[in-house]
Every structure is written in structure tokens, then in C-alpha cells.
Write a protein that binds this ligand. Sequence first.
Ligand SMILES: C[S@@+](CC[C@H](N)C(=O)[O-])C[C@H]1O[C@@H](n2cnc3c(N)ncnc32)[C@H](O)[C@@H]1O
Length: 455
Amino acid sequence: MEYNKTVRGKYNNERAIRKENGVFFTPPWVVDYMISLIDEQHLTSKERLSILEPAAGMCQFLSGFKKNKPQLFQRASKKVAVDINGELLNRAREELVLYGVEFVCADYILWNTEDRFDVIIGNPPYGIPSQSHHYPIRVDNQTKERYKQTLTTWYGKYNMYGAFIEKSVNLLKDGGQLIFIVPSTFMILDEYRKLRTFLASAGETTIIYMGKNVFRPDADVATAILNFKKDSHARHRLRLLEHNGEEKKLISERQDWTGQPVLFASEFSKALEQYCSLRIGDVYSVHISLRTPEVRTNPHVLKRASVDSDDFLPLLNSKNLNPGRVDYVSTHGYWVKANNISKLRPFFSEPRIVMGMGFRGTRNIAAAYDYKAYPWYGEVYHLLIKQDLFGRSFDLEEEDVVNFLNSGLVKRYIKETFREITYHLSVSQIKHIPLPTKKELENIRRDLNDAQLDS
Ligand SMILES: C[S@@+](CC[C@H](N)C(=O)[O-])C[C@H]1O[C@@H](n2cnc3c(N)ncnc32)[C@H](O)[C@@H]1O
């Protein structure tokens, strides 16, 4: 009993340390696969070869390099491992110090070095840096400010892995190769649009989509391997591949990439785009609800077990949203005085389409018309018709839009275009969804299966 408690305590403690440092150890087959992506031909002609593993932890990638490409590893005149956690580095020291590996205990983003590298390979930490307990990577505000000053791609809720990518590209020699396994969110989310532009203008980008099995059960994250070559002659080249555990398949490639979101496409998604002359973003502006932490701090939100006067409205969330129907009842006991709702968000006092993004796998997309105009919080988005459609004609009734958004067509489109890249859909993804006019919807009904349209 005592023993079990100790073991469990130690396990939980280790888990906590791992979580705090963004540590998810890379499965050996992924390390081997990433090592196999190294462009050996390019390196054979190199006289002085230099390799770097950032966020090295216990140096899985340098060890993998030594195991899989022993001659190249021996030949490399500079081999560096950087990690903020000296204790982890120490565990690898014994094995690798004999091979001339230098160990640097430093914050990689703030690390100053004159060296430039031929290969940078690894698995950077994932997480939004913040002091808040809501976020996995604990970083104080001063350090975060220094990150922002050092990097050009920092934008919005930036993630540490984005910072590691920029820093690494800057540390590559011309012709150098960066191979990182990272969450696949940089492919589509707005937070990474500066990063995508940065990559597009610095060289050739290959993205190998790995899906969400790589770090299970430790982390439920869809990942991609970024295989980037710094080369001013190969700028704007993009290749998207998919790895299904056995082999990789080319999904798309282009020579004119300037940082646009990297999406999947299928015969079906392309067909739906052909039928629809518009996208949601052409017709609607898409707005977010009150964020969950705001609910606790906003002075207009009251937490009362029961507010029986008609002067108060319950704050709704995704639990109140069903396909085609809003349940106007309190689910969490948050209330707002009816004449204060526009102080939370100006559009709350307008009837509008609300759209909730279901949790992957368990819940699906749902849209409804909030005809009573209630206040909302959490992962529910609000579609407000634009005043100016810039000459485009749009004639679908709100009810038809809601039905279309709830249809199997849109579910399938989302699945085949965005895969499992994000946990929830974002504003930019919603804006991307195709939207038909009346005539186009008739054509879709005529040509496509009714089951797809109505399910
Ligand atoms: C995702 S783990 C990767 C571990 C190892 N590369 C692997 O593949 O198993 C992240 C590592 O990043 C380190 N780390 C976190 N923030 C860092 C920072 N700002 N600078 C350097 N290392 C950092 C952690 O200490 C941890 O070892």
C-alpha cells in the first residue's frame, strides 16, 4: 500500500514536471523516421558538418542520429544539444559526451550563438507560454516580452513551438535543413500566419501530416513533421504529404506559396467549392462569444443559483446549442441583466445565427438561429450578415443557411478539409466554409445525395 502510494506519487510528480516543461518524449519509430528524412547527399559534400538538437531533453534525436547514421554522426565536427533543463541533459551526457556533443543549458529562444547549423532536428515544447495555470508552459511576463522582441513571427496566442521554428530557421546555414515534429495547427490557424509567410519566404517547406496517434496516450494532439530547407532559390515551394503509419502519400504541391493556410482537399470538397460561389466569410462576419475566463471577471455576469426576475437572462454556451434549436435555459448558473447584454458584446442584442463547434469525434457541428438574442460564452460563434457584400448577390434565407450548416455536406467538408488539425474550429475555418445561393443550393440538391444534405 505504502509502496503503491510512493510509486504513484513519483509518477504523478514526473508527469507534473513533464507537463510544466512541455515534455512529451518522441516514440523511437518517429525519431528513426525523422532521421531518415535528413538529406544525406547534401551533407556528404560538406566539410564542416554541424548538427543541433534544440529542446533536447535526453537527446533522443542525437542518439537516433548516432544509431541510424553512425558515419555521418562521427564526421560531424559540431554537435550541440540545448535544453532549459540541465537535469535532463545530464542524463544523456554519459552516452554522448564521448562523441564530442556539447551540452548547453539555456533558454533556446534567448540563446546567443555565432554558430550556424546544417541540420537542426527535434521535438520542441508545445504550449502557450503564460504564468496562468490554464496554460501548460509556465513563462513569466518579462521572459515572454523578451521572446516577443526577439522574434518576428509572434502573433496572437502564439505557441512555443512557433517560436522554436523561427529561431531554428535563423540558426540554419544556407542550404541547411530543419526537421521538427510539431502540432499541425500552424497549417491553418491565424496565430501562425506570420510564421507561414516567414517559412514561405525563407525556403522550401515540406509538411508531413502525421495525424493524432503519435503521442497518444500522453497527448491528444494532431502532429505534422516540418521538413524545411533554407534556400533562397527554392522559396515559395510547398509540399503537403500524409503519413499513414506505413508510407507517405503526396496530397498537394505548389510553387507559389506565400503563407496561405495549408488545407487538405478531396474530390468531394473540391466539388462543393465548385457548386458554391461564396464562402461564409463573404457574407457574414464571424464573432466569438465571451471567453470562459471573462465570465468570472466580467462585472455584468452574476453567479446566482436562481434569478427569477425577467430582467435577467442566462448566459448560454455550447450545451444550449442543438442543430436547428437553442435551449433558452441556464446550464451553468451565470446570469446577465437583460439591458446589459450589449455591454458584453454589442451584437448580443441582435437575433443571429449561432454556430458551435463540437468536440472532435464526440459531437458534431451545430448551428441554430438565436431569435431571442441571448448572451453566450465559450466555443460558440456568431454570424452577422455583412452590410456590404461588394456586389455579390446572396439570397438564401437564414433558415436555409442554418439547415445547410447542419447538413451532412458541411460536416463532410469540414472533416475532409481540416481533418483533425484543431480541437475546435476557429473563426478563419468557419469563414472558409462554402456557402451556396438559392439556385446553387437547388443544383446541389439535384446533383448530390439527399442523405448528405439532410443528415
Ligand atoms: C517536447 S520535449 C522534447 C524532448 C525530446 N526532444 C524528445 O523528443 O523526447 C521538450 C523539451 O523542451 C525543453 N524546453 C522547454 N522550454 C524550453 C526552452 N525555452 N528552451 C530550451 N528547452 C526548453 C524541456 O525541458 C524538454 O526537455
